[in-house]
Write a protein that binds this ligand. Sequence first.
Ligand code: GLY
Length: 353
Amino acid sequence: MDDAGVFLCHDFKHELAEAISISAPDHLFVLTDETTHTLCSPLLQGIDELKHAHQIVIGAGDIHKNLETLSKVWQSLSNNGATRHSLLICLGGGMVTDLGGFAASTFKRGISYINIPTTLLAMVDAAVGGKTAINFNGLKNEIGVFQSAFRVLLETDFLCTLDAHNFCSGYAEMLKHGLISNYETLNDLLAFDMTNIDYSLLKKLVEKSVRVKENIVKKDPKELGLRKALNLGHTIGHAFESFALNRQQPVLHGYAVAWGLVCELYLSHVNAQFPRDVMRSVIHFIHENYGSFIFTCDNYEELYQLMLHDKKNKGGIINFTLLNDVGELRLDQTASQGLIYETLDFYRECMGI
Ligand code: GLY
């Protein structure tokens, strides 16, 4: 179920052409959203293998990651002669790779797909690891399957068109990968200047980061154990994300994860002796680059209820991934309501709100 191959491209056009040739599809489809169609499709120009590809363009943004859009993609595949031997190329951020991967995995019981992520978040997380999904019934990623892409091609040149907020959003998942791997990776990430991006250094950091995820997914593709490591920062992060969404003030996923990391490192410190100095330096980096998410003690109960409804929980018990130290995982941890409230107090104090 792990991705058959995540390739950091040196010659993107050549590597894409080669992947298409190996797949030898009878029909080829390229799925983009309105944004990536304009910004990124030009980078596919001049690839002979794509000359007869059928273009499918969907609306941009998470609001379009739904059954209606999925149906439109199935319809395009069906109306344009797709068979089991056809190939779908998903070019875009996590919304395109999640929905496109699901469309491909279900059409005629599954056709091959290639992910070409164009955002940092999709490169280091969403497009890698075979999780595909759409939102349904007001719930994020409610319907989907595990089905790996035939190839994931990483072309970091796409990142030059990424705005600062989306850059920071993806970088939060890289910080998470640093925390669950080792000090060397984490320290390199904390030393990176987010305000003056060195793209050649970034390329190296992206490669390291994606390998962290790839290695975990290879060992546990269906999240039965080890893959839960990737949930660090996400239990409280998802609560922040939903809280903001409920107030029609959505925050980018990675920002919520970064703020969630602040809280879950504190929980790791209290419950698992995670070193205080490392916690402090990660929090400092997050405060500097992500600002703070604002809430008051009147919001604790609502945030707690959101954590109780997290889909990672089992039997109504809030599930956390914590750390004893960098790279030392403590899976399937929980915390009392009192400790969670204390954590929210800590967050507000150290983030100055
Ligand atoms: N985004 C976490 C995972 O792929 O498991």
